[in-house]
Design a protein around this ligand. Structure first.
Ligand code: UDX
Ligand code: UDX
Length: 457
């Protein structure tokens, strides 16, 4: 039996450790966090994050072999293996501001591990997405003074996506483990691989060198985001030429070499990872004297900003270039469905722009209203939050679909149309609704990358 600790009880640390606890009942798993509130929530029925299926797993393992605590030093003292799952935000100050990763908390954690570890051998697992060579830097800190502990730092990036975390953890496409190519490195990687092998087929557990592992994580996110920016760039061309993005996406996705995933046109990608990791990848390239490579990846982010802006401009121009005193219903504020997470959601810049035009906004989202309130705190203008989407749409001039929650497809759009100001507009930022049906009801429908269906001349 081993004592496994995870520092950071967030979207990654919580679900990942719950899954390990479920499948490895012989080990004791403790998750610690600096936030007492978060830990309190993990210890309640009201978990700090919304993730389908998570509560059931937590209820199964909590108090059995999984524990949530704020006692970081004690946790480190007892640990044989320490996962570091803290957030690694973009730096907002000094050198690399707006691009590089802010590593101050990560370094503090490394120092806390150094001063509190007591076991003879401790494996430190880098779970957070970090700059390439971060594991080596962590090892340097851990070996900066001798406390009799042998530390081995390995990289094990997490590929789960929010909203499908339990499914992704249960059946991962692969588990990637990077370590040093010496005996101690191999041994640490094997210990971690054995843990995953409780439920993941061995052939899906990949071993790599530590830098390949770190870079694969950054690059996987960059590639996924690049596909979205590529399809979104073509929505603009479709709108000019009369081509239909859904037909184009379907046609290219049937090519086995391209594949059908991540070709869904959208108002723009969001979430805590894509923008941050691409900016960081570009910054790393610059740092290593590769400005052309940096520029290439930067363009994925600029295309995303362009798409968000284009969506907003379409709303403005199709409504006679004025939004002042018009009510805009926003359906969905989370960055994707099945999560309450609003980090880097495209809904935020869109709401800000609408408010700058002096529109009033009324936001409805099944899980993200608290976070929406937090994101829009202090922003000037008339903002309403409605759990009930029908109330959000009442009297509105336009309806903006930003997040494709399943329940938004099931709404009674005739009822919504009847309650709205006329002419009534729908801007579908996900090509999610039945456009022909909406048009027949009387809406002016503006999809992405396909002709608008308008009753106006
Ligand atoms: C994850 C990954 O770990 C990160 O690398 C990735 O780039 C973004 O997603 P996530 O789990 O989503 O991070 O972050 P978050 O939900 O913010 O959780 C991080 C937790 O770490 C927070 O609860 C925070 O309180 C905690 N933390 C942070 C500590 O306990 N100690 C610290 O020093 C810093
Ligand atoms: C992503 C990666 O998928 C995951 O492997 C990594 O561990 C963390 O970052 P996440 O951000 O949780 O996961 O969600 P994801 O499903 O990748 O969606 C990211 C954004 O892209 C969302 O805003 C989503 O709506 C958008 N998206 C996704 C599209 O616009 N079109 C698509 O075809 C797919």
């Amino acid at each position: 039996m081993a004592n496994i600790l995870c520092i950071g009880a967030g979207y990654v640390g919580g679900p990942t450790m719950a899954m390990i606890a479920k499948h490895c009942p012989e080990h004791r798993i403790t998750v610690v966090d600096v936030s007492a509130k978060r830990i309190e929530q993990w210890n309640s029925e009201n978990l700090p994050i919304y993730e389908p299926g998570l509560l059931e797993v937590v209820q199964e393992v909590r108090g059995r072999n999984m524990f949530f605590s704020t006692e970081i030093a004690l946790g480190i003292e007892e640990a044989d293996m320490i996962f570091v799952s803290i957030n690694t935000p973009t730096k907002t100050y000094g050198e690399g501001a707006g691009r590089g990763t802010d590593l101050q908390y990560w370094e503090q954690v490394a120092r806390a591990i150094l001063s509190n570890s007591k076991k003879k051998n401790v494996i430190v697992v880098e779970k957070s997405t970090l700059p390439v060579r971060a594991a080596a830097a962590m090892a340097r800190i851990l070996h900066s003074e001798s406390n009799g502990v042998h530390f081995e730092v390995i990289s094990n990036p997490e590929f789960l996506a929010e909203g499908t975390a339990i499914k992704d953890l249960t059946e991962p496409d692969r588990v990637l483990i990077g370590g040093r190519s010496n005996e101690s490195g191999h041994k640490a990687c094997k210990t971690l691989a054995d843990l995953y092998a409780h439920w993941v087929p061995r052939e899906k557990i990949l071993l790599a060198n530590v830098w390949s592992s770190e870079l694969s994580k950054l690059f996987a996110n960059a590639m996924l985001a690049q596909r979205i920016s590529s399809i979104n760039s073509i929505t603009a061309l479709c709108e000019k030429t009369g081509a239909d993005i859904s037909e184009v996406s379907h046609a290219i996705g049937m090519d086995k070499r391209i594949g059908p995933h991540f070709l869904q046109a959208s108002v723009g990608f969001g979430g805590s990872c894509f923008r941050k990791d691409i900016l960081h990848l570009a910054y790393l390239c610059e740092h290593y004297g590769l400005p052309e490579v940096a520029e290439y990846w930067d363009s994925v982010v600029s295309m995303n900003d362009y798409q968000i802006n284009r969506f907003f401009k379409n709303i403005l121009t199709s409504q006679f270039s004025t939004l002042a005193n018009k009510k805009m219903a926003i359906l969905g504020f989370a960055f994707k469905p099945d999560t309450g997470d609003t980090r880097d959601t495209p809904a935020l810049p869109i709401c800000r722009k609408l408010l700058e035009e002096r529109a009033s906004i009324s936001i409805s989202d099944p899980q993200a209203l608290d976070n929406a309130r937090f994101e829009l705190e202090g922003v000037e203008g008339e903002i309403h939050y409605e759990q009930d989407p029908y109330l959000a749409c009442q009297g509105a001039h336009s309806l903006l679909l930003i997040t494709h929650w399943q329940e938004f497809r099931q709404l009674d759009y005739q009822r919504i149309f009847d309650s709205m100001a006329k002419p009534a507009f729908i801007f579908d930022g996900r090509n999610f609704l039945d456009h022909q049906h909406l048009f027949e009801i009387g809406f002016n429908v503006f999809p992405l990358g396909k002709p608008a269906l308008s009753h106006l001349q």
